[in-house]
Design a protein around this ligand. Structure first.
Ligand SMILES: [Zn+2]
Length: 386
């Protein structure tokens, strides 16, 4: 298991504090992945000293991130007490798409306990109200659990202080107000981030990536967003808007994009592009991206062709990302990961078709569609420990 490394921004400079945080995340993730587990086993699997493990475990117990469970049986000596992630403590994940919100109750280990979704109303004025109603229903349905907070993934960039969106070309409702409205309505801590950033933090926080210092998450949905973890930091850029590879022009003669540009990467490589390719080939629409995936899996020729066109476009963009940032790994998030055996090889072949200095590995995010929901846990729990 790699050492987990996690920093929200560059403001922490005390190296011992960072080291402690890294070790704490490492131990927590070992407990999450291998529970029930004893302290002795933790020392063996983490490579840390027993005394260090004991100190961190005491801290995690005190903070109620983990609980002690059954006592183990060994032939002689003191019986070990097993540790588990505290299943009572949960986070509400609010995953916002332009026209749909998915809500999930997720435990600290990233396990999704309950999930619901709400179609967002057409009238922009009604959207936040509909989301608040769904949030309140979800909280009422889980009164026996302790909610640590609400982690919100947004499709776009916004300024939390000015409560306005800075860049959200696919959203026409006042998304910038969402954080404060949810906070006021629930009284819970709320952390928001762009969905690609949230998924990037999640990969690192849960210790899934073995290329912790340099990885890029590409979120493929209605649009395309990327989260960049470079030199061990999330790269946010001026006003927090770094990572908009989705709006770099790859086709000068391409379609108009929601951002005002033309032929942006997302106009040729997003789920919307996949659906458009299918309609162009067959002259008939397909109901959803999921339906397109199912058709492709069932060997429908047109669906396969549409998916391949989308994958080629994704691969071209990843070639650009690889040369620009040299990530060790590119992690793909989104519905396309449900057909990874079809999509993955196409994307990678196109990325490698032109010279690369160091080709990164490409893989789908763990747990398919739950990756976006799980990232809410990383948003909330990280904000509590830094
Ligand atoms: Zn654009």
């Amino acid at each position: 298991m790699p050492t987990s490394r996690f920093m929200l921004n560059g403001t922490l400079s005390a190296s011992n504090r960072i080291a402690r945080q890294i070790n704490r995340n490492l131990i927590f993730n070992q407990i999450r992945a291998k529970q029930p587990i004893s302290r002795a086993e933790l020392a063996r699997t983490s490579g840390l000293q027993r005394s260090t493990v004991s100190l961190i475990v005491e801290e995690l117990l005190e903070d109620r991130w983990v609980v002690e469970g059954l006592t183990g049986e060994i032939p002689r000596g003191r019986k070990p007490t097993f540790l588990n992630v505290n299943g009572q403590r949960v986070v509400l994940a609010l995953d916002i798409h332009p026209a749909l919100a998915t809500l999930a109750v997720t435990d600290l280990g990233g396990k999704v306990i309950s999930v619901d979704s709400v179609e967002l109303p057409e009238n922009p004025k009604d959207v936040i109200g509909a989301i608040l109603t769904a949030v309140s229903k979800m909280l009422r349905g889980h009164l026996n659990r302790t909610f640590e907070g609400i982690g919100i993934n947004l499709p776009g960039r916004f300024d939390p202080h000015l409560e306005k969106s800075i860049f959200a070309p696919n959203v026409d409702w006042p998304i910038g107000q969402l954080k404060s409205r949810v906070e006021r309505a629930t009284g819970l801590p709320v952390v928001v981030d762009n969905v690609a950033n949230a998924c990037t933090l999640s990969e690192v926080w849960f210790g899934y990536s073995d290329r912790m210092n340099d990885l890029v998450v590409v979120n493929v949905s209605e649009g395309i967003g990327t989260g960049i973890f470079a030199n061990g930091h999330l790269l946010r850029g001026d006003a927090g808007v770094a990572g908009e590879f989705g709006h770099i022009q790859l086709d000068p003669n391409g379609l108009r994009c929601g951002c005002g540009g033309q032929g942006c990467w997302e106009t040729i490589a997003s789920n919307r592009a996949g659906l458009r390719y299918y309609t162009e080939i067959t002259k008939k629409p397909v109901s959803s991206f999921d339906a397109l995936i199912q058709l492709a899996k069932a060997d429908d020729v047109a669906a396969r062709q549409a998916l391949n066109m989308m994958c080629k476009a994704l691969g071209r963009g990843m070639h650009m990302i690889s040369l620009a940032l040299a990530p060790g790994e590119i992690v793909v998030v989104g519905d396309i990961t449900n057909a990874w055996d079809l999509a993955g090889p196409e994307i990678e072949a196109e990325m490698r078709r032109f010279p690369l200095v160091r080709p990164p590995s490409i893989r789908p995010a763990r747990g398919g569609n739950t990756a976006r929901l799980r990232s809410a846990v990383a948003l909330i729990m990280n904000s509590k420990t830094l």
